[in-house]
Design a protein around this ligand. Structure first.
Ligand code: ADP
Ligand code: MG
Length: 214
């Protein structure tokens, strides 16, 4: 019988594993055990698994671990299609990153642009954003830069690349440095896969959870 993979097998730091335990996360889900080592190795990654399978921590844990090594400038940008998802993702970064005083901000529509501009200018480590509002900031204000970004995550990548957000995503990607890691996560990866390949300039690791059908 196969030994169950643990978070330490994935080369995550002990303090990160301890933080996971505080929210009842004790052993990795399949998408986490497959993608985390690849991300820590520096690979671009496409991960697909159904809703509720732990995709957020599959990217948040390795990003937080890498962030400890090099915390200068906005380090990671997470794009997601809705406000609700943005806040949920930000909460997970906040809980796991607490011992290292991780600074994050959420940039979504319906909130005050000026206040968001102030938050962006304070050099958060992680920005979680919906594409429209972040593109508005890039178009209108120059008090922050995405030039230090090491990771860009498209959460719900198939929804982000379905056409609705194309213009905003183009604006954002124009502002990103070439030398970065691209992480794409989705419940489904269908015809968007070709678009994803176009965005990534490296070979990427592709994990797709086996679907459970009856
Ligand atoms: P997805 O993005 O795949 O829909 P989420 O990342 O939002 O899923 O995770 C769903 C829930 O599962 C969250 O409440 C999260 O804290 C929890 N979770 C994540 N990873 C694990 C794990 N390894 N063990 C137990 N619970 C987990
Ligand atoms: Mg998710």
């Amino acid at each position: 019988m196969d030994k169950k993979t643990t978070f330490s097998d994935l080369q995550l730091n002990n303090w990160i594993i301890r933080q996971c335990a505080t929210i009842g996360v004790k052993s990795p889900t399949p998408i986490q055990s497959n993608c985390i080592p690849q991300i820590l190795e520096g690979k671009d990654c496409i991960g697909a698994a159904k809703t509720g399978s732990g995709k957020t921590l599959a990217f948040a844990l390795p990003i937080i671990q890498k962030l400890c090594e090099d915390p200068y400038g906005i380090f990671a940008l997470i794009l997601t299609p809705t406000r609700e998802l943005a806040y949920q993702i930000a909460d997970q970064f906040a809980v796991i990153g607490k011992p290292m005083n991780l600074r994050h901000c959420v940039i979504v529509g319906g909130m005050d642009m000026v206040e968001q501009g102030i938050q962006l200018s304070k050099r958060p480590h992680v920005v979680v954003a919906t594409p429209g509002r972040l593109a508005d900031h890039l178009d209108s204000c120059k008090t922050f830069t995405l030039s230090k970004i090491k990771f860009v995550v498209l959460d719900e990548a198939d929804r982000l690349l379905s056409g609705q957000f194309d213009q905003q995503i183009q604006t954002i990607f124009k502002n990103l440095p070439k030398n970065r890691q691209n992480l794409f996560f989705s419940a489904t990866i269908t015809d968007t896969l070709e678009k994803l390949k176009g965005i990534s300039n490296k070979d990427f690791y592709h994990y797709e959870a086996p679907s459970i059908s009856d």
